[in-house]
Design a protein around this ligand. Structure first.
Ligand SMILES: Nc1ncnc2c1ncn2[C@@H]1O[C@H](COP(=O)(O)OP(=O)(O)OP(=O)(O)O)[C@@H](O)[C@H]1O
Length: 243
């Protein structure tokens, strides 16, 4: 049995002010899965992702990334994260953004250059190699964010609302990139508020609220379990039950 991409056991996060954002959460995401995380604003999705990436200190529980403790460098290297905010360095151009990231993850200059070229081709950014982030269109910035997350060839890619505020054409384009990535064997963890996006892309979906797991299954099985016609109906019913 391969190690799961993510094994989360009894994860708890209480913020400094006392707020309990994750409340004993258990979740296993198999290697190679396309997994969706759904829940209302404040459900704890970003907190969970931040915990996985060791960006915040957890209060309790265990988190393993392909069997590695999430606080280790090995675990961090296995993850590519595209955060909700478009957090690009305004002083770096497209190519530098990618090369810096490669350097951070210990890639040799030659490998980083090769991979950056590949990423600029895949994400149609070659013509913008020397353009700094603030001068890119919103769509290009989103693509660069994804290209940067993939630079070091992570086995688990975490996308926190990658299509928030994105027009229909770019959304479809981003879906195509993400699908291709998944077909190549990469595990995807996606958060989104677009239920149709989760339904279209994800093999399995977890619903969370108040830092707790409410349900987890394929969209089909969730519809049967909640006697619902659509994922939106599942969502409404699950959230009402948990309220
Ligand atoms: N640094 C912090 N200190 C205190 N509370 C926080 C902090 N960061 C987040 N929270 C709280 O933790 C809860 C979970 O927030 P989180 O950002 O994880 O939710 P989310 O599911 O990602 O929401 P959204 O869909 O709006 O992105 C919220 O109530 C939020 O206010």
């Amino acid at each position: 049995m391969p190690e799961p991409a993510l094994q989360i056991t009894q994860l708890t996060k209480r913020y400094d002010g006392g707020f309990l954002a994750l409340d004993g959460l258990d979740l296993t995401i198999p290697d190679g899965a396309f997994f969706g995380l759904l829940g209302p604003n404040g459900a704890g999705k970003t907190t969970l992702i931040s915990a996985v990436c060791n960006l915040i200190r957890v209060t309790g529980g265990e988190l393993r990334v392909f069997g590695e403790d999430h606080r280790t460098w090995e675990a961090r290297r296995l993850i590519g994260l595209a955060e909700q905010d478009v957090n690009l360095d305004r002083f770096l151009d497209v190519q530098e953004t990618l090369l810096f990231h490669g350097g951070y993850y210990g890639m040799s200059r030659a490998d980083a250059r090769r991979r950056a070229k590949e990423m600029m081709d895949v994400f149609d950014l070659r013509a913008k190699a020397g353009v700094r982030a603030p001068m890119l269109s919103g769509g290009m910035r989103r693509r660069l964010l994804l290209a940067r997350a993939l630079m070091h060839e992570p086995r688990l890619v975490i996308l926190d609302e990658p299509t928030a505020g994105v027009d229909f054409e770019l959304r479809v384009e981003l879906w195509r990139y993400i699908r291709r990535l998944h077909e190549g064997g990469t595990t995807i963890l996606l958060t989104t508020h677009y239920l149709e996006e989760a339904e279209e892309l994800c093999e399995e979906i977890a619903l969370i609220r108040g830092g707790q797991l409410l349900a987890r299954d394929s969209a089909d099985n969730l519809r049967s379990a909640f006697d619902a016609d659509t994922l939106a109906e599942v969502y409404v019913k699950a959230m009402a039950q948990a309220a």
